[in-house]
Design a protein around this ligand. Structure first.
Ligand code: CMC
Length: 447
C-alpha cells in the first residue's frame, strides 16, 4: 500500500464530440467530479456523471484506518496485521489504535481503560426505556433505539467540532454499548439487569452483566473471555462497509455521534451484513443433518433457495483472514465445551462449496460470520443476540471512522446524484375526492 499520493493522468476522447480530456489519476483513482468537464456543450447537459449503484467501484474517502487486500486475504488496522493483533492485543488497545493511529503507551492505555471503566453506567431512565420493549423484541432493534436515545441524555455531544466533546462521546459510547447490550439480553431473558463491575476487564464486565446471578462477583470462564476478546478485535473495523458508510453518511450532516452510530447499528442488523451471523445458524438448523447439505447447496445454486449465508464478500475474493482465525478459535472453544452439534454440517457446507464450480468461479469463500455463530452458541448466547456482539466491537471502528470523516477537509455532507428515469412533466389531474378523505379523518378523530 502507498501512503504517498502518486499522480498520473487519463487521456480520454468523448466520442460524442471528438473532444479530448486529460483527467489526473491520484492513487489509482480519477475524481468523479472531473467528469463534469466532459460535456456535449448543450444547454441542459450538466456534464458526465459516474453511475455506480451500491458503490461497486467508487472510493468515498481517503482513510488511514483499515487496509484490506481482498485478493490476497489481508486485513490490517493502522498497518498492523489482524493475525498479530488477535494474538497479542486487547480490544481496548485496538480501539485506541483505530482512533489514534498508534498503539497506546502504558500511561495512555491505563488512562483509557480507567475512563472506559468509569463511564459504563447508564442513566436510570435508560433502564426504564429498555423495559418498555416487548418481551420478544429483537435485541438489535433495542440496541439501535437505545443508542439513538443516548443522544437525548448528552445534548452537548452535538458540539462535534469540540475535541473535548468528541472525546467524551467516544468514551461514553465504547463504555456504555456493552452495558446497554447486556441489559437487552437480560430483558430478552426476563432477568433483572446487572450493573457494571468496575473491578473487571471490559470483556469480563460484559460477561458479568450478561450472566451474573446471585454470586457476589462473576468469574468468567477464561476461555470464553479470551475468545470474546479476540472476536471483538476481529470485528472492530472493516473499512467502508455498509454500516460504516452509513455512520459516515449520517455523520456528514453533522448530527451528534449517538445518532450517527444508531444508523450504523441499523445497517449492521441486515442479513447481508452483520445479521448474517444469526442467519448462518438458522440456515444450519434448517439443514438439520449433514446428509441434506448437497440438496441445500443445489437449492442455493438454482437461486430458488436462500444464499449460502456466511459465504461471499464484496471485497474478499479469497478466504476472509478473520474467518481463518475464527475457525481456529472455534476448535479451541469446542475443546473445552465439547463440539457443537452442528459443526459437522458447517464443515460439510464449507467442503462442498469450496469444491463446487458455482462458488469457485464466483470466488465465494467463508466470511467472518460463517463460524462465529457456532462459537457464540457454545457460549450460550441466544441466536438473536449474535449481531449485538458484532455491534459492541464495531463501535470502536464506527467512531474512529466518524472522527476521521469529520476532520477530513475534503468531506462534505454526503449527497449522491441520481439518473432520473421517471415521467416527464405532466399536468395534475384529480382522481380522488379530497373532501371525502378529510371527512373520514374527522370521523376517526371523533372516535
Ligand atoms: N451464496 C450464493 N451465491 C452468492 C453468495 C452466497 N452467499 N454471495 C454471492 N453470490 C453470488 C451472487 O448470486 C452473484 O451470482 P451471479 O453473478 O450469478 O448473479 C455473485 O455471487 C456475486 O454476488 P453479488 O451479490 O454481486 O456480490 P456482492 O458483493 O454484492 O455481495 C455479499 C456480497 C456479502 C452481500 C454476498 O456475498 C452475500 O449475500 N453473502 C451472504 C450474506 C453474508 O454472509 N454476509 C456477511 C458478509 S461478511 C460480514 C460483514 O461485513 O457484515
Amino acid at each position: 500500500m502507498t501512503t504517498q499520493a502518486t499522480t498520473t493522468a487519463l487521456d480520454v476522447t468523448d466520442a460524442r464530440t471528438g473532444k479530448a480530456y486529460n483527467l489526473p489519476i491520484t492513487d489509482g483513482a480519477i475524481r468523479a467530479n472531473d467528469l463534469k468537464k466532459i460535456s456535449t456543450g448543450e444547454e441542459d447537459d450538466p456534464g458526465l456523471l459516474s453511475y455506480d449503484p451500491a458503490f461497486l467501484n467508487t472510493a468515498s474517502c481517503r482513510s488511514s484506518i483499515t487496509f484490506i487486500d481482498g485478493d490476497k486475504g489481508i486485513l490490517r488496522y493502522r498497518g498492523y496485521p489482524i493475525e498479530q493483533l488477535a494474538e497479542e492485543s486487547t480490544f481496548l488497545e485496538v480501539a485506541w489504535l483505530l482512533r489514534h493511529g498508534e498503539l497506546p503507551n502504558q500511561k495512555e492505555y491505563d488512562e483509557f481503560v480507567h475512563d472506559i471503566t468509569y463511564h459504563t453506567y447508564v442513566h436510570e431512565n435508560m433502564r426504564k426505556f429498555l423495559e418498555g420493549f416487548r418481551y420478544d423484541a429483537h435485541p438489535m432493534a433495542m440496541l439501535n433505539s437505545a443508542v439513538a436515545a443516548l443522544s437525548s441524555f448528552y445534548p452537548s455531544s452535538r458540539n462535534i467540532m469540540d475535541p473535548v466533546e468528541r472525546n467524551i462521546s467516544i468514551i461514553r459510547l465504547v463504555a456504555k454499548v456493552p452495558t446497554i447490550a447486556a441489559f437487552c439480553y437480560r430483558h430478552l431473558k426476563g432477568l433483572p439487569f446487572v450493573y457494571p463491575d468496575n473491578d473487571l476487564s471490559y470483556v469480563d464486565n460484559f460477561l458479568s452483566m450478561v450472566a451474573r446471578m446471585t454470586e457476589p462477583q462473576y468469574q468468567a470462564n477464561p476461555i470464553f473471555s479470551k475468545a470474546l476478546e479476540i472476536l471483538f478485535i476481529l470485528h472492530a473495523d472493516h473499512e467502508q462497509n455498509c454500516s460504516t458508510s452509513a455512520v459516515r453518511a449520517v455523520g456528514s450532516s453533522h448530527v451528534d455521534p449517538f445518532s450517527a452510530m444508531s444508523a450504523g447499528i441499523a445497517a449492521l442488523f441486515g442479513p447481508l451484513h452483520g445479521g448474517a451471523n444469526e442467519q448462518v445458524l438458522r440456515m444450519i438448523e434448517e439443514i438439520g443433518h449433514v446428509k441434506n447439505v448437497p440438496q441445500f447447496i443445489e437449492s442455493v445454486k438454482s437461486g430458488k433457495g436462500s444464499r449460502l449465508m456466511g459465504f461471499g464478500h464484496r471485497v474478499y475474493k479469497s478466504y476472509d483472514p478473520r474467518a481463518k482465525i475464527v475457525k481456529r478459535l472455534a476448535d479451541q472453544v469446542f475443546e473445552v465445551v465439547g463440539v457443537d452439534k452442528d459443526l459437522e454440517i458447517a464443515l460439510e457446507l464449507e467442503r462442498v462449496a469450496l469444491s463446487d464450480e458455482y462458488f469457485i468461479s464466483r470466488k465465494l469463500y467463508p466470511n467472518v460470520d460463517f463460524y462465529t455463530g457456532l462459537i457464540y452458541r457454545s457460549m450460550a448466547f441466544p441466536t438473536d443476540f449474535f449481531t449485538v456482539l458484532f455491534a459492541i466491537a464495531r463501535t470502536a471502528g464506527w467512531l474512529a471512522q466518524w472522527e476521521e470523516m469529520l476532520l477530513d477537509k475534503e468531506q462534505k455532507i454526503a449527497r449522491p446524484r441520481q439518473i432520473y428515469i421517471g415521467p416527464d412533466e405532466r399536468p395534475y389531474k384529480r382522481s380522488i375526492d379530497h373532501g371525502h378523505a378529510v371527512g373520514q379523518q374527522k370521523d376517526a378523530l371523533r372516535q
